[in-house]
Design a protein around this ligand. Structure first.
Ligand SMILES: Nc1ncnc2c1ncn2[C@@H]1O[C@H](COP(=O)(O)OP(=O)(O)OP(=O)(O)O)[C@@H](O)[C@H]1O
Ligand SMILES: CC(=O)N[C@H]1[C@@H]2OC[C@@H](O2)[C@@H](O)[C@@H]1O[C@H](C)C(=O)O
Length: 394
């Protein structure tokens, strides 16, 4: 049994999810017990700084390094706090804060540096909150920078949780989808374990996972816009539920090439952030507030539904939600209606929907120390299974 802390802050940039877990087993016998879990909100000035940098504001390298260390400090504080009245953890797995994500095959600023080809064969993903400082401040060995190894092998570096989902919540007979609705959405498709013909390698090869597009990112931006910053999200989807989605606009927005691209695929705030929201707003300028929110929520719903129909070999028997969007009742209801399927939170499988990603990074750190690869290469597009993360000892 190993006691591990998982730390995650996602694309919503709302705070650090910390999970203290007991881990036993390895892959197919992997078991976790959640001892303590809490979200520690970012201090306001730090959140503002992160959002500004994510949105493309420029900083000097000295300021950038200071931001890296500021994030590491609040992650370390979260790791210390989550152990209150608990036994001391042996290991930390810290995802850090994604500041920038560029999938392979995409290049920016062509020709910005004369004589340099901007088209390189690898993607790029930057998470701040360096593990070295977290290890130093907590006195606990820390694994971080989990996406780099998958990207080095030609992969997207995301979504990574696919293999953790496979090991923890697949079913013997049923086809399951595990849908995360954070800032961005991502799905894990899990065929029944007994469908494997019949060894575990074949079963793993049938699993799929990709980023579905926006989760709550556009919904949050819409609420902030409509309330002039007074509110940051549509609690339980209550506001959207009062509106009617404009389906023609949803269809227009679904024409975006990302939704048509075959997996492996990943995305971030770079694609579904402020610029994209402003384009949506320009299309929807005449809509009443509730209709705007219903329409933007419908985009998340239909991007998920169409993705399943287009890319899955077999439609799921049941869908489980995680991430903050699993608490949006309107969104959940719309998904269930469109999919004509039961949709539950992963809590119903014994896996806390709010902390599943933090738990996953505890598992990745644990796998790193016992030498088990964390990625499913056919899902991320990497050439091979990779040990994920860099370990820092004190
Ligand atoms: N009760 C609720 N009703 C509606 N939406 C909610 C509720 N609780 C949380 N959310 C939404 O969930 C978001 C946070 O989700 P989560 O913490 O899963 O995101 P994240 O981890 O930052 O994202 P990602 O998975 O993309 O990295 C909030 O910003 C909000 O939009
Ligand atoms: C680059 C990055 O941080 N991606 C996140 C983000 O949030 C959801 C989705 O986009 C997913 O691809 C990923 O996180 C999860 C934990 C993953 O890698 O599986």
């Amino acid at each position: 049994m190993t006691l591990v802390i998982g730390l995650m802050s996602g694309t919503s940039v709302d705070g650090i999810d910390a999970a203290l877990v007991e881990i036993t087993g390895k892959e197919f016998d992997l078991k976790i017990e959640l001892l303590q879990a809490k979200t520690y909100p970012y201090p306001n000035p730090l959140q503002t700084e992160i959002l500004a940098v994510c949105a493309g504001d420029r900083r000097s390298m000295a300021e950038f390094a200071a931001l890296d260390d500021a994030i590491a400090q609040v992650f370390a504080q979260a790791a210390i706090a989550i152990q209150t009245n608990q036994p001391q953890a042996e290991l930390i797995g810290s995802h850090g804060q994604t500041i920038y994500h560029r999938p392979p095959g995409t290049a920016i600023d062509p020709g910005r540096i004369p004589g340099i080809n901007p088209h390189v064969p690898l993607g790029y993903s930057l998470q701040l909150g360096r593990g070295a400082l977290i290890a130093q401040l907590t006195g606990i060995p820390t694994v971080s920078n989990f996406r780099a190894a998958d990207i080095a092998a030609g992969g997207q570096g995301a979504p990574l949780v696919t293999k953790v989902d496979a090991c923890l919540i697949s079913h013997e007979q049923k086809y399951r989808c595990i849908q995360n609705i954070g800032g961005i959405g991502n799905v894990t498709y899990l065929p029944p374990k007994n469908s494997a013909t019949i060894n575990q390698v074949n079963w793993l090869a049938q699993i799929q996972g990709w980023d579905t597009g926006p989760g709550n990112s556009l919904i949050n931006l819409a609420v902030e816009y409509l309330t002039e910053g007074e509110q940051t999200y549509d609690r339980n989807g209550a506001w959207a539920a009062q509106g009617t989605p404009r389906l023609d606009l949803v269809e227009t927005w679904l024409a975006h090439p990302f939704f048509h691209q075959k997996p492996p695929k990943s995305t971030g705030r770079e694609l579904f952030g402020l610029d994209y929201f402003q384009q949506c707003l320009a299309d929807a300028s005449t809509l009443a507030p509730a209709d705007l929110l219903a329409t933007i929520t419908e985009l998340t719903v239909m991007s998920i539904v169409r993705g399943y129909r287009r890319f899955l070999p077999v439609q799921p028997d049941e869908v489980f939600l995680c991430g903050g969007g699993s608490r949006n009742q309107y969104l959940r209801q719309r998904l269930a209606q469109e999919l004509k399927l039961p949709v539950f939170p992963t809590d119903d499988l014994g896996l806390n929907a709010d902390f599943k990603e933090a738990i996953a990074f505890a598992v990745f750190a644990y796998w790193r120390t016992i030498g088990i690869p964390g990625n499913l290469p056919h899902c991320t597009g990497a050439s091979q299974p990779m040990l994920l993360g860099e370990t820092y000892f004190i």
